[in-house]
Design a protein around this ligand. Structure first.
Ligand SMILES: C[S@@+](CC[C@H](N)C(=O)[O-])C[C@H]1O[C@@H](n2cnc3c(N)ncnc32)[C@H](O)[C@@H]1O
Length: 551
C-alpha cells in the first residue's frame, strides 16, 4: 500500500481539485504531487497518497517548514479510512461519468430529434423561424415582383405602343397595405389538417407528413411533436389514430404497388362552432366484407369520444385505390360512419356548412378579412349583380349578399354546390343561386343572358379559382360580357394568374374583342402565416379610355 497522510486545516467546503490547487499555490515550486487526493465532504481535512515514503516525508517536512499556512499533519487512525474514501470517490467518479455519458447520448439523440423536428417544421412552415414582420415584407416583395412580371410580359407580348399608362408606369397601380394576421392566430391556425399514413424512418406505422417522394421511391412519413401551423387538436387525433394503427392487423397503403389499406387522415375543425369532422381514407379493395365491417366498427369506437371543448360532428370513411399521392377531397366512394358529412363554420357572422370534400379557406380569421376586402371593393359602386365564380360553398356571395341584390354563383364541385344551397337557406338568403358546373362550360351562356340586362345592371365578377387560374374562354366570356365593368380576381398563387390578368387587360383588337380592363389596385392578404404563400386580391375596372384611343 502506498504511504498516506491526513492533512488538517483544510477548508470544509473545498473539493479535491480546489484543495490541490490551493496547496500548489501555497507551496510553490517545492510542492510534491500526491498520487491521490481525497477530500471528504464537509470535513476540515483531506487524505493524500504518495508514490513512496521518501516523497511523503518530503511533503511532511514542507508543511512543517511553513507553519504560517496553518496546515498540520494528522494521524490516520483508521487504516481503512483512506481505502473507504477512495472506493467512494471512484464509485462517485464512475457514476458521474455514466451520467455524463447518458446526458451526452440523450443530448445527441435530442439533437437528432430536434433537427428532424426542425426539418419537418420547415417543410410545413418554411418561414416559421423568421419574424412575422419580415415574412410580410418578403411577401410584399413577391407581390411587387408579380406586378413587374405582369408589366414585362405585357410589353413583351404586345409591344410598348399598345401598353396602357398603368402598365408603362406600374406606380399607377395602388398596392394597398397588406392585411396581416393578428398575433394570436399566427401559429397552429389550420382549420383543415391532412396526414398521410405510412412508415417512418424507424419502420413504425406513422400518421404524419410526407418526407419522401413517391417518384423517388420513398413513401416515408414522420410525425412531429409540434407543427407550427397544425392545431393541437389535429395532432392529438393523429396521435390517437397512430396508436390504434400500430396494433392494427392491416398495413398502410403502399402508393407504388397498391398493397395495404390505410391511406390518410383528415381533421377539419371550427374554433367558432367547436365542431370536428374526421375523415379516414383507405383502400378497401384489399379487405374482405368482414374486415371492412370490422374496420368501420373499430373506427367508430375509436373516434366517437370526447374532445374537450370540441365535439365530433361527423366521421367518414373514404375509399380510393389510386396509386400515387392522395388528394384528400377525391374518393371513389364515401361512407358516413357517424353524424354528418359536413361541419359548420362561422364566417363574418354567416353560418357556413362545409362538406368533407369541399374547399374552405384554411385560416378562418384571415378568411373574414379576405372577404371584408371583397365587400369593401363592392362598396360605392352601385353593383346590382355579383358573379361568384369558383364559388366553393357559396361563401363570398353569401358575405356580399347583404349589400348586393342579386348573387349568381358557379361551382363545379357537387358537394360544394349542395353546401352552397344549404348555406343560402340557413342564412335566409333569397337573392343567391348557384349553377353546378365548370365555369368554362356555362359562362358564355350566362354572359349572353346577362346582356339582356344591359344598361340596367352594374355587374361585379369575382373570380376565385384554384392556383392555376381559369381557362382562356372564361376570360373571353367575362371580357365580352357587356355590363361587367368590375372584376375582383382572388388568387392564392399570383404568379400563376399573370396570363389571365394580361388577357383581361389587353387593349381591344380583332382578337381581343371588347375593351380591356385596367388593374386599379391589389391587396395582399396573409392567409398562410409561417409559409411563403399569400392571397392576392386584384381589383380591375373596364378601361374605356383605351377603347376610344384605338377606335
Ligand atoms: C380557391 S377555391 C375558392 C372557393 C370559394 N370562393 C371560397 O372562398 O371558399 C376554388 C374553387 O373553384 C372550384 N373550381 C375549380 N375549377 C373550377 C371550374 N373550372 N369551374 C368551376 N369551379 C371550379 C373548386 O371546386 C373550388 O371550390
Amino acid at each position: 500500500m502506498k504511504p498516506q497522510i491526513c492533512l488538517l486545516g483544510i477548508q470544509k467546503f473545498a473539493k479535491d481539485k480546489q484543495v490541490l490547487k490551493q496547496l500548489q499555490e501555497q507551496l510553490g515550486d517545492k510542492f510534491i504531487n500526491p498520487t491521490e487526493i481525497i477530500k471528504p465532504k464537509m470535513k476540515p481535512f483531506c487524505f493524500l497518497q504518495f508514490i513512496d515514503e521518501d516523497e511523503k516525508n518530503k511533503f511532511v517536512k514542507l508543511i512543517e517548514d511553513n507553519p504560517e499556512l496553518k496546515l498540520r499533519i494528522g494521524e490516520v487512525h483508521n487504516e481503512n479510512a483512506f481505502e473507504k474514501q477512495l472506493e467512494k470517490k471512484i464509485k462517485q467518479q464512475k457514476q458521474n461519468e455514466e451520467e455524463v455519458k447518458q446526458f451526452q447520448e440523450k443530448h445527441q439523440n435530442r439533437d437528432v430529434i430536434e433537427r428532424k423536428e426542425n426539418e419537418l417544421a420547415l417543410q410545413t412552415a418554411p418561414l416559421y423561424q423568421i419574424k412575422y414582420e419580415e415574412q410580410i415584407e418578403q411577401k410584399m416583395v413577391e407581390l411587387k415582383k408579380v406586378i413587374k412580371k405582369l408589366r414585362n410580359q405585357f410589353i413583351q407580348k404586345n409591344g410598348k405602343e399598345y401598353a396602357p399608362d398603368w402598365i408603362l408606369d406600374t406606380n399607377l397601380i395602388k398596392i394597398n397595405d397588406p392585411i396581416i394576421c393578428d398575433e394570436q392566430f399566427r401559429f397552429n391556425y389550420r382549420n383543415k389538417s391532412e396526414f398521410t399514413i405510412s412508415y417512418n424512418s424507424q419502420k413504425e406505422v406513422c400518421v404524419g407528413f410526407n418526407v419522401g417522394s413517391i417518384q423517388k421511391n420513398n413513401d416515408s412519413v414522420e410525425q412531429p411533436n409540434t407543427c407550427p401551423v397544425t392545431p393541437a387538436i389535429a395532432m392529438e387525433i393523429a396521435n390517437k389514430f397512430q396508436t390504434y394503427l400500430q396494433s392494427s392487423k392491416f398495413q398502410p397503403f403502399n402508393r407504388q404497388n397498391g398493397s395495404g389499406v390505410w391511406r390518410m387522415l383528415s381533421v377539419r375543425k371550427s374554433d367558432r362552432t367547436k365542431q370536428l369532422l374526421i375523415s379516414v381514407s383507405i383502400n378497401k379493395d384489399n379487405l374482405n366484407e368482414d374486415e371492412y365491417v370490422l374496420i368501420c366498427d373499430e373506427l367508430i369506437t375509436l373516434f366517437k369520444t370526447t374532445y374537450g371543448e370540441f365535439s365530433l360532428e361527423g366521421l367518414l370513411l373514404m375509399h380510393s385505390n389510386k396509386l400515387g399521392q392522395d388528394l384528400a377531397s377525391s374518393a371513389d366512394d364515401t361512407k358516413i360512419l357517424y353524424g354528418n358529412s359536413y361541419y359548420q363554420e362561422i364566417i363574418l357572422d354567416k353560418k357556413i356548412n362545409i362538406s368533407y370534400n369541399a374547399f374552405s379557406q384554411n385560416h378562418t380569421p384571415q378568411c373574414d378579412k379576405l372577404y371584408q376586402v371583397i365587400i369593401d371593393l363592392c362598396k360605392n359602386k352601385k353593383i346590382t349583380k355579383f358573379l361568384d365564380l369558383c364559388a366553393g360553398s357559396g361563401t363570398i356571395g353569401i358575405c356580399v349578399s347583404d349589400q348586393i341584390q342579386d348573387i349568381l354563383a358557379i361551382e363545379m364541385n357537387q358537394s360544394s354546390c349542395k353546401d352552397a344551397n344549404e348555406n343560402y337557406k340557413i342564412n335566409n338568403l333569397q337573392n343567391c343561386q348557384i349553377i353546378c358546373s365548370k365555369v368554362e362550360d356555362v359562362i358564355k351562356k350566362v354572359a349572353q343572358d346577362l346582356k339582356s340586362f344591359e344598361g340596367k345592371q352594374q355587374l361585379m365578377a369575382c373570380l376565385d379559382p384554384p392556383r392555376a387560374g381559369v381557362l382562356n374562354n372564361v376570360i373571353e366570356a367575362i371580357r365580352t360580357c357587356k355590363g361587367i365593368d368590375h372584376i375582383i380576381y382572388v388568387s392564392c398563387s399570383p404568379p400563376q394568374v399573370i396570363d389571365n390578368l394580361i388577357q383581361l387587360c389587353l387593349p381591344q383588337s380583332k382578337k381581343n374583342r371588347a375593351p380591356g380592363f385596367k388593374l386599379v389596385n391589389v391587396t395582399l392578404v396573409d392567409m398562410f402565416p409561417q409559409t411563403s404563400h399569400f392571397e392576392a386580391v386584384f381589383y380591375l375596372e373596364r378601361d374605356y379610355g383605351i377603347l376610344s384611343e384605338l377606335m
